[in-house]
Design a protein around this ligand. Structure first.
Ligand code: HEM
Ligand code: HEM
Ligand SMILES: [Fe+2]
Length: 482
């Protein structure tokens, strides 16, 4: 079975080239995200830094919007990458897909330039249409929203048509259904109401139902595909896991939405619903964790028994990132999420740096990791390499980025803990309590450590880009020499 893995059957296909185009923009936006994060982190320590030139709210907005957009780019890239392999045919409509890529990239560029140079507008409809819609994470102005919908329709059509034309594997069936939900949810964040409770009610549909339902199912499919490609895992087994995960993720994640409805003016029954279902959310994350590690261990054991160690791993860096994903998803989303998900706890932790600690580890652990893994698969495909071995730079990248993000998470958890004790429990919340807590040493030192760990993350990112740019050529030359 292991020898029958055809890593490069569709290497050089137009779909995979388009995937690489998406990956390249994704990594550029990832870099921009980190730089904006560093600016915002410095502003915590020196509030005057870039004051009225590039304020905290702007740096923060670009930071988290770039995060969402680079991940969506990498997700679209991943789909274009795996589609021909799974369906067994070249992707339908790649030409149109390329056009959509350029339209999307032009739109994203304009939106980012407006964020950076115009920043804010008057509280009028024109601001919503042209500058910024003011919904955290998905602040793109309305003209861009509409453009995004058109581009996504083209993308979805390509995926669907390819699915209908080729093989309908379990992985693809899950993806086709999941992408429909993922894209459809975006619409919930596009209309405006001037009732803040209602606005937040719908806005959470996008954010929560993305990251805790549809995106999680998406990475489940990526992990399934990755395990088949990289270690030759048995399709029946990974697909069985995938279906179980889908059932559990949707079972807990959809009503888990309630944990964002505790304090925004929605009926109180959300306390019970949110507490119960969101507390169940770590269960599927354990399943995903076990799935990756179990399959890996099993394949490794089998290969060893057959005396062909090494045959089971044809992309070292991608596998390292997928294993990091299994741990990171469980820790960041499962554990750090569970910490503050019960209303009895959340009443104290809501909106503190604790939330930011969870946000960082969850987005990184659950999504950044596996999407970086897909980029390594992309490089392998682009260069037609049978076996991609980790280089020194691959190791530095994964070590420094993971160490940096875990360091930031620990620092922010400490800052959040201090806020819970001082600002909330001791001083009872409120504006002056907020500032008192922010000026105490535990908080200030935690913010300093977060900034240092942010720099570590950024150095890791530099290694990552360097590695992605060179590892393919290097492996190809190595193979030739051998
Ligand atoms: C990969 C999956 C996840 C990601 C990417 C993620 C990310 C985030 C982010 C960024 C926020 C802050 C939102 C804001 O700006 O207000 C947040 C809030 C929250 N998350 Fe998650 N999360 C994930 C999974 C989970 C899970 C599984 C749980 C529970 C077990 C959870 C519980 C919470 C809670 C309770 C809040 C509200 C915090 C507050 O009241 O301030 N999250 N999440
Ligand atoms: C150079 C490294 C980074 C630095 C210095 C940094 C810094 C920051 C800062 C200062 C904020 C604003 C927090 C606040 O409003 O209190 C923030 C928010 C956020 N960052 Fe980062 N960040 C970095 C990397 C990342 C990475 C790698 C991810 C995820 C993959 C990420 C995801 C987020 C999210 C989701 C939020 C919103 C959190 C919330 O609303 O609670 N950041 N970051
Ligand atoms: Fe949530």
């Amino acid at each position: 079975m292991l020898t029958s893995i055809k890593t490069n059957e569709f290497a050089g296909s137009e779909s995979k080239k388009l995937a690489m185009m998406y990956f390249r923009v994704a990594i550029i936006l990832f870099g921009a995200q980190l730089l904006m994060g560093l600016i915002a982190a410095i502003q915590f320590l020196a509030p005057g830094f870039l004051f009225e030139v590039f304020d905290f709210n702007v740096a923060r907005m670009v930071h988290i919007n770039a995060l969402v957009v680079w991940m969506l780019y990498a997700m679209i890239g991943s789909v274009y990458y795996l589609l021909p392999d799974e369906a067994g045919v070249e992707t339908v409509g790649v030409g149109l897909g390329k056009l959509a890529f350029w339209v999307l990239t032009a739109a994203v560029t304009v939106v980012v330039l407006v964020y950076i140079f115009i920043q804010v507008g008057p509280g009028k409809e024109s601001t919503i249409w042209l500058i910024n819609e003011g919904r955290e994470y998905i602040e793109a102005p309305r003209w861009a929203d509409i453009g995004i919908v058109v581009v996504v329709l083209i993308f979805y059509w390509n995926v669907f048509a390819t699915y209908m034309k080729g093989k309908q594997t379990g992985i693809l069936t899950v993806l086709v259904a999941d992408l429909l939900a993922l894209a459809g949810l975006y619409l919930a964040g596009m209309f405006f109401t001037d009732n803040i409770s209602m606005d937040q009610y719908w806005w959470w549909w996008v954010i929560h139902l993305w990251v805790e339902a549809t995106w999680e199912v998406f990475v489940g499919s990526l992990a399934a595909y990755g395990l088949i490609k990289i270690i030759g895992a048995k399709r029946e087994i990974v697909e069985m896991w995938l279906w179980i995960e889908v059932l559990m993720l949707f079972g807990s994640g959809i009503l888990g939405l309630g944990h964002h409805y505790f304090w925004i003016g929605t009926p109180e029954y959300w306390w019970e619903i949110g507490a119960l279902f969101s507390a169940l959310e770590p269960v599927p994350l354990v399943a995903m964790f076990v799935h990756v590690l179990y399959d890996w261990g099993k394949e490794q054991g089998k290969a060893k028994a057959e005396g062909k160690e090494g045959a089971v791993m044809n992309n070292g860096p991608a596998m390292a990132w997928i294993v990091t994903n299994a741990f990171g998803n469980f820790l960041g989303a499962g554990i750090w999420g569970f910490f503050h998900t019960l209303p009895q706890v959340n009443i104290y932790t809501h909106g503190t740096q604790f939330t930011a600690a969870h946000g960082h580890l969850a987005f990184f652990g659950a999504y950044a990791t596996i999407l970086i893994g897909m980029m390594y698969l992309g490089v392998q495909g682009a260069y037609g390499i049978e076996k991609l071995r980790a280089t020194f730079k691959s190791k530095m990248a994964i070590f420094l980025i993971t160490f940096g993000v875990i360091g930031m998470t620990i620092a922010l958890t400490i800052a959040g803990y201090e806020q819970v004790l001082v600002e909330r429990a001791e001083l009872g919340g409120g504006w002056s309590a907020f500032f008192t807590a922010q000026n105490l040493p535990w908080y200030v030192q935690a913010q300093m450590w977060r900034t240092i760990m942010g720099v570590v993350t950024f150095v890791g990112f530099v290694y990552l880009v360097w590695d992605l740019l060179t590892i393919g050529k290097q492996a190809k030359q190595g193979a030739k020499a051998a």
